[in-house]
Design a protein. Structure first.
Length: 249
């Protein structure tokens, strides 16, 4: 996970905007004005480029090849024409996108003489891909498992960034990081007294702040999960699956 959730692109990733699902983002973008459509496309690209990159790496592509093919796939998919071809299906958007990307990659591999698999497209700044260049790719996981695990990490990071912004604690990153660690189980609860002394608050006040933070995190995480399912009835099972994936890290 990111050491400081206030850093990086996620903190500016449409904080506070929670469309019902990513399916509705696609269908709404079809007939929206160009600025609204572009915002929806950018949001979807930022939500899924990391798991798509990991999936590409698990398909034996190196860093440059994986970054290029993800750019090409998103450039093709996230156009008005591309979105018009997407039909809302009774499946999780994550599952749909993973299948579509594997099909895209298979077709690209069959094309001969293509030095740039993505055709040089750049939906996201290439320097953003550098953050994953040195990331360890879990060779013990199947490509599908690697995709899902990176998706879970991305959801967690976006949720944490929104939590940080909502708390207005980005100006106090050390305090937020310490509070987050005790609130979300990263440190032994015995650390309350030490942390309280360090930041000049009482242990009881810190416990109350940690409890409030856990509650807000849970609500924000649920909002994120609501975006990726096709029906409200799927939220609880998807949330359990996400938490299961996170505990494997």
């Amino acid at each position: 996970m990111n050491a400081n959730p206030c850093d990086g692109q996620n903190s500016a990733d449409h904080i506070g905007l929670f469309p019902a699902t990513h399916w509705t983002q696609v269908t709404s973008a079809r007939d929206a004005d160009i600025s609204t459509a572009m915002e929806a496309m950018d949001s979807l690209a930022r939500a899924y480029w990391q798991p798509l990159y990991v999936l590409a790496r698990r398909q034996s592509l190196n860093h440059e090849e994986a970054a290029d093919v993800v750019q090409g796939f998103l450039a093709k998919l996230l156009t008005r024409e591309g979105m018009q071809r997407i039909e809302h299906r009774e499946t999780r958007f994550r599952a749909f996108l993973g299948t579509a990307f594997r099909n895209w990659l298979s077709n690209e591999r069959r094309r001969e003489g293509r030095h740039k698999r993505g055709g040089g497209a750049e939906i996201l700044p290439m320097d953003e891909f550098e953050s994953l260049r040195a990331s360890a790719i879990d060779e013990s996981a199947t490509p599908e498992q690697a995709f899902d695990r990176q998706w879970a990490r991305s959801v967690y990071d976006r949720t944490m960034a929104r939590l940080c912004a909502a708390q207005n604690d980005c100006g106090r990153p050390d305090y937020f990081a310490a509070l987050r660690d005790v609130a979300l189980g990263r440190k032994n609860r015995g650390a309350f007294e030490e942390i309280a002394d360090r930041f000049g608050v009482t242990a009881s006040a810190l416990r109350k702040a940690a409890s409030d933070l856990r509650t807000r995190f849970g609500k924000l995480l649920r909002k994120e999960v609501e975006r990726v399912v096709s029906a409200p009835s799927e939220v609880d099972s998807e949330l359990r699956y996400l938490l299961q994936l996170l505990t494997k890290d």
